[in-house]
Design a protein around this ligand. Sequence first.
Ligand code: BEZ
Length: 179
Amino acid sequence: MLGKKVPDVTFRTRVRDESIGGPNPFRWEDKTTADYFSGKKVVLFSLPGAFTPTCSTFQLPDFEKLYPEFKAEGIDEIYCISVNDAFVMNAWGKSQGIENIKLIPDGSGEFTRKMGMLVAKDNLGFGMRSWRYGAIVNDGVVEQWFEEDGFSDNCDSDPYGKSSPQNILENLRALKKAA
Ligand code: BEZ
């Protein structure tokens, strides 16, 4: 995975637009891989589903809390991606009070599939979802890779450790120290 360019796809996001008025002032806004990744050093983390327990209790809120510490290590943005549509991702971010992390809806799973990270989660009634991983992506190129062990379809556990913000931050700091 190291040195690989993240795939070029178009993400269908929903953004607030007060000019629309009414009770639901949102419109579609297409964003490309280049919009998110060009010219930036980012943390990308991917998880099996919005609102799922580990993701909601630990991974997303801990990235949110540790955002200033990632910024201090030269990270421009932190992106959370999941095979969920824009409505679900927006509702999840709102319910978690997320201000720092940008949530990317990969509803059709195209980005995740092209990353080679799409797995079946039919055992949970989820269909195709992302295996959990994290990455440092610099100008669209994967510089560091943090994939949970046991990549497989219909996995009966949900490993979480390598892609935690604490582990990724520790690695960033160790690399800086060694440089
Ligand atoms: C979790 O984040 O805890 C979780 C993820 C996928 C399926 C079930 C639980």
